[in-house]
Structures are given as structure tokens and as C-alpha cells.
Design a protein around this ligand. Structure first.
Ligand code: EPZ
Length: 419
């Protein structure tokens, strides 16, 4: 059995660079299917979810060339099918972007319902609402989504819930549609803006990304080009929270500081010293920290994808804290693992109430990607040894994690035990 073994209790020092944004890459790579030409995509993170989505493009007939570990060229001139490989698509959430891209390019798509982290129901009704509004017929049979249209036509679509996936998927379907599409109550995450910038770099006409109204005017065709993906806001936040929990002084490099504002202000409230530079943030934690309250919200609110990680930090600081999860209906499943390490956390409905104290090492299991990251943070802060099973969840979103964390002083190694 594969585990990550962490010996906690020492402070961290040094610099760590952040990779390209996972949740931008898993949308931008399928978006290349809309382009009848070659797209060069740089700064992609070398993680499992990216390799999986690339495999799916290849099976659809795109030609993908690795220029180096973080740069690919995608040629979608000769796609051979609009049927996504079900065995791969059901393994991750972002495979739903193949729906918008294939529908937009070929007026037809067959994609299995997405998989991905299981923390509550993960519907795609808003994606379907957008495709139907543009004239597509959408049916779900035996776990496969069948979508087709004569020709997609622009429409005005109001998203009842702010949804990252639905916002991006509707954008993908709309860029080659006839006429204008307006997405109201759109999500505003940095990766939404990154996908819109990629589409515009390839000849699309997308305006307003980053606000709650996005206007897309359909174009006849999209051309090839080059694009570099933004740094990962969630990976950056994970490293900032790790440094705050373990203590010491760490420079988190290759980031966009304004994307971190909600976390930066929370950490300052807690007593962490933070210095912002053009493309990096220095985290200094020497003394005791104070508890605080956190409410996850769509961007620019506190990101739900940093919720497990900040719960891990709050479990180790003196005082009482609360964390409200307002985006997902069941994203506290990992708390049990932190309780195995001595954390005093009580979950009731949307709220986790925390009474911080010293944690001790334990045998724990990652239950999803960000829960795994939370266990690394708790393990680095705890006294003793923590062994994390199911590290494959962590590998879905954090590349080369042991080597990178060792570079700032985390005592971490990957071990393989006979089952
Ligand atoms: C994206 O998931 C991210 N995944 C998630 O990150 C992230 O937690 C989430 O956005 C919120 O920021 C990717 O980008 C691949 P949503 P997504 O649609 O698009 C409801 C990670 O750790 N909803 O914004 O699936 C839904 O139930 C992952 O990197 C509908 O009701 O999230 C949820 O309550 C985990 N109907 C809320 O909207 C729909 O059709 C937000 O979901 C779609 C969503």
C-alpha cells in the first residue's frame, strides 16, 4: 500500500513555486477541441487529472504533442468522434467540459456523467439548462449524456446557482454558436477569466469574464495560437496555510497576490505576518495564532477548495473557530481523519466548530484531493509521525508533492508497504 509519511513538529524555511492552475488547465485543454488548428498551451500542471483529460482528447482524434513537462501543442483539425471514452470520463469531474467543447465544435457530444471528488451531490442541471437554451437536445441515459443540435444559437441564460462548471461549459458551447449568448449570475473565479482569455486568444469574442454577466458573440471559426495558464490559486493557498500551520518563514512564488486576498486577510486576522510582492507572498509565523471564523463563498469569497486546509490550520491554533461550508452540501467528511490526530472539531449542518490544540501523528486516509492536502498540513504541524493512505487523491492536484515540500523543510516521503 502506498502512503505519504510525514514527521511533524519542525518549522519550514525557504521558497516554493506554484504550478499552473489545475481548474483552468482541465477546462482550457478540452477548449482546444473548438479550434481548427494548433493550440500551444504553456504552464500546465503535471498532474493526474491533466494527463487524464489529455488522454481523452487523443482518443477523440486530437493530436497532442508534449513540448516539455508543462507545455503541449494540441491539433484538433481532424477530430474523429464526438463520443468521449466512458472509462476515462467517469474518473474525473472536469470531463463534463467535453460536452460544451464537442457540442460547440461538432453539434454533438456523448460524454459519461462526471466522476471526481465525492462530497455531496454534484448535479449538471445548470449545464443542461444552458445547452437546451441554445437549442440542443440533451438526454441522460444509463449514465451517458447525449447532446446534439442542428446549430447552436445564442441565448440568455440565468444560472440559479453560481456554478464554475456551468459558466465555463456554456462559454465553450457559445463561442461558435450563431448570435450572442449572455450568462447571468456567472461564476467569477480566476480560472473562469483564464478560460475566457484562452478562448479570445484563439479568436473567440468573450467579454465580461470575472463579472457576473458574461457576453459571448459567436464567431465562424477559431484559429490556433499560444496561451500560458495562470498560477494555481488553490495550490498557492495550500502552501500558505501549510507555512502558517508549521511555522517558520516561507516565500510562495509564482502567484497572483490579488487572487489570494480573502486568504491573506484571514491569515493576518489570525496573527500571521504576510508580505506581498509582485508575484509572490512571504508567510512568517513565529508566535501563537488566534482562532477566527470562515465562510466559504464563490469568488471573491473564501474558496471552498481551501476549506479543509484552513480547518486543519485552525485545529492547531489556540482558541475557538468556526468554518461554514456554503458551496457543497457534504464537504466535512475528512474531519474524522483530523479527529484521529486529536483535533477537537464538531460538525453540525454547514458549520464546523473547532477548539484548537496540539495534534499528534496518526494513521489517516485521504478522502479527496483537498482533504488529502489538509492531512499534509495537519501532519506537518503535529508532534510525531502521520501516515496518509490513498495519496493518489493528492496526486490528482499537486504535482511532485514530496520533493517540493521537502525543499521547504517538510519531513515527508512516499512509502510502499506490502498489503
Ligand atoms: C469546480 O467544481 C471545481 N472543480 C471544484 O474544485 C470547486 O470546488 C467548485 O468548482 C467550486 O469552486 C473543477 O473546476 C474541476 P460548481 P464544479 O459547479 O464546477 C451546484 C477541486 O478541489 N451546481 O461551481 O463541479 C453544486 O452542487 C475541486 O479542485 C448545481 O446545482 O462546481 C454546488 O453546490 C473540488 N447544478 C455549486 O453549484 C449544476 O449544474 C457549485 O458547483 C452545477 C453545480
Amino acid at each position: 500500500m502506498e502512503k505519504l509519511k510525514i514527521t511533524g513538529g519542525n518549522q519550514l524555511f525557504g521558497e516554493i513555486a506554484v504550478c499552473g492552475a489545475k481548474n483552468a488547465a482541465v477546462a482550457i485543454i478540452p477548449a482546444a477541441l473548438l479550434v481548427d488548428g494548433v493550440c500551444r498551451i504553456e504552464n500546465i500542471p503535471d498532474i493526474k487529472d491533466v494527463r487524464l483529460i489529455i488522454d481523452m482528447l487523443v482518443q477523440l482524434g486530437a493530436r497532442v504533442t508534449y513540448i516539455d513537462d508543462t507545455t503541449i501543442e494540441v491539433d484538433s483539425s481532424n477530430l474523429k468522434t464526438c463520443i468521449a471514452p466512458a472509462s476515462l470520463a467517469s474518473k474525473m469531474r472536469a470531463s463534463y467540459y467535453l460536452l460544451g467543447a464537442l457540442l460547440g465544435r461538432m453539434n454533438r457530444a456523448e460524454v459519461s456523467l462526471p466522476g471526481g471528488c465525492n462530497f455531496g451531490t454534484r448535479p449538471i442541471d445548470l449545464h443542461e439548462k444552458g445547452f437546451r437554451a441554445m437549442g440542443a437536445n440533451v438526454e441522460i441515459t444509463d449514465g451517458i449524456v447525449y447532446a446534439q443540435a442542428q446549430k447552436l444559437c445564442g441565448a440568455t441564460i440565468y444560472l440559479d446557482t453560481v456554478s464554475v462548471g456551468a459558466t465555463i461549459n456554456i462559454m465553450l458551447a457559445a463561442v461558435l454558436a450563431k448570435g450572442k449568448t449572455i450568462i447571468e449570475n456567472a461564476a467569477k473565479e480566476p480560472h473562469i477569466v483564464d478560460v475566457a482569455n484562452f478562448l479570445n486568444a484563439m479568436g473567440a469574442n468573450v467579454r465580461g469574464a470575472g463579472t457576473d454577466v458574461i457576453r459571448i458573440t459567436g464567431v465562424e471559426k477559431m484559429r490556433g495560437g499560444s496561451y500560458s495558464i495562470i498560477p494555481d490559486q488553490i495550490e498557492a493557498g495550500t502552501f500558505m496555510l501549510l507555512a502558517a500551520a508549521a511555522g517558520g518563514e516561507v516565500l510562495v512564488r509564482n502567484i497572483i497576490p490579488r487572487h489570494m486576498n480573502c486568504l491573506t486577510s484571514k491569515l493576518e486576522e489570525m496573527g500571521v505576518n504576510i508580505t506581498e510582492y509582485d508575484d509572490s507572498i512571504r508567510i512568517e509565523r513565529n508566535g501563537k495564532l488566534r482562532g477566527t471564523s470562515v465562510r466559504t463563498m464563490p469568488y471573491p469569497g473564501f474558496p471552498t477548495d481551501l476549506q479543509p486546509q484552513i480547518v486543519a490550520l485552525l485545529s492547531t491554533v489556540d482558541g475557538k473557530s468556526t468554518v461554514d461550508e456554503n458551496v457543497w452540501d457534504n464537504r466535512f467528511q475528512y474531519v474524522e481523519q483530523l479527529q484521529n490526530m486529536g483535533a477537537d472539531i464538531c460538525v453540525s449542518g454547514k458549520r464546523a466548530s473547532i477548539c484548537g490544540q496540539k495534534l499528534h501523528g496518526a494513521q489517516v486516509t485521504a478522502t479527496d484531493l483537498r482533504a488529502g492536502a489538509a492531512l499534509i498540513i495537519a501532519g506537518a504541524a503535529a508532534q510525531g509521525v502521520t501516515e496518509i493512505s490513498s495519496p493518489h487523491y493528492i496526486d490528482r492536484g499537486y504535482s511532485d508533492i514530496e520533493r517540493r515540500l521537502r525543499s521547504i523543510g517538510v519531513k515527508i516521503e512516499r512509502i510502499f508497504e506490502a498489503d
